[in-house]
Design a protein around this ligand. Structure first.
Ligand SMILES: Nc1ncnc2c1ncn2[C@@H]1O[C@H](COP(=O)(O)OP(=O)(O)OP(=O)(O)O)[C@@H](O)[C@H]1O
Length: 255
């Protein structure tokens, strides 16, 4: 694996065109860049292609054209296992814990490719430190945990392979506002532990409050990107995507 690329970006999706089968393209020349150790958030309307971006980044969907780079290494066309080995972990939308297994068994599954037992034990200690809830409920059946707690188990499992970047697809889906707050705190902890995050969220305002960089997707491209705080402060963006109010009445269209 090469060290950080000259561009300074850990993950780069460059001019990606991608879609499903014979249907029209979903991504039409999309470029997203994730710096090492940063949280980048994708927001945009339903069906804009946010989840599709994550599928391309983790190798679940091969792009028709464009390039995927990890640490400056071209990994375009590689599958999910190879992308995981390159340092890209994907936490899918919805809940993916095995309910009949314990928290420990669920988390340790994330390290099943690691042969060295000492490394597995060291990684398990690391994720238990990072997510105290996971340590507290280590021997509980995962199915007994709440939705937000199960999300933390999924985060912990994804970190077992020490990924460079974690792709999070709608981590707050189905969670109440308080639990959503806890999940976002855990995302901040992941960043503090040195893991970059590419985040897709319906809860755009909350996500931008956590992220370093925001990207607004529209019509299969990044429409606007920049420091998340600036996007949050943009009244037009607030009205369009963040459920806010315009700073001034909308202009009357010219005839
Ligand atoms: N497996 C699939 N097969 C065919 N079409 C798909 C598939 N997955 C997604 N699509 C289509 O691709 C488009 C983009 O979907 P995607 O899930 O990436 O959007 P999104 O921005 O994440 O939407 P949402 O916010 O509703 O989750 C949609 O028109 C969707 O119907």
């Amino acid at each position: 694996m090469a060290s950080d690329s000259d561009s300074g970006f850990l993950l780069e999706l460059d001019d990606i065109r991608a879609g499903y089968g014979r249907a029209a393209l979903v991504l039409r020349g999309l470029t997203v860049r994730v710096p090492a150790g940063a949280v980048v958030c994708l927001v945009g309307p339903n069906g804009a292609g946010k989840s599709t971006v994550l599928k391309v980044a983790s190798g679940l969907l091969a792009p028709r054209s464009g390039r995927v780079l990890v640490d400056g290494v071209d990994v375009t066309g590689r599958g999910p296992q190879q992308l995981l080995a390159a340092g890209v972990a994907h936490v899918l939308q919805g809940h993916s814990v095995f309910r009949e297994m314990t928290v420990a068994e669920n988390v340790l599954l994330g390290g099943y490719t690691i042969k060295d037992k000492a490394v597995v034990a060291e990684r398990a200690d690391f994720v238990r430190d990072l997510f105290p809830l996971v340590a507290e409920r280590w021997t509980s059946l995962a199915g007994l945990l709440s939705g937000g707690q199960q999300k933390q188990v999924e985060f912990a499992r994804s970190l077992m392979v020490r990924p460079r970047v974690v792709l999070l697809d709608e981590p707050s889906m189905g969670l109440d506002p308080k639990t959503t707050g806890v999940v976002f705190e855990q995302i901040v902890r992941m960043r503090e532990a040195g893991t970059a995050v590419l985040l897709v969220e319906q809860n755009a305002r909350r996500a931008l409050e956590t992220a370093d960089i925001g990207c607004v997707l529209d019509l299969g491209r990044v429409h606007i990107s920049g420091p998340a705080r600036e996007l949050l402060a943009d009244p037009q963006l607030g009205e369009l995507y963040l459920g806010g109010r315009p700073a001034q009445p909308p202009a009357t269209p010219k005839r």
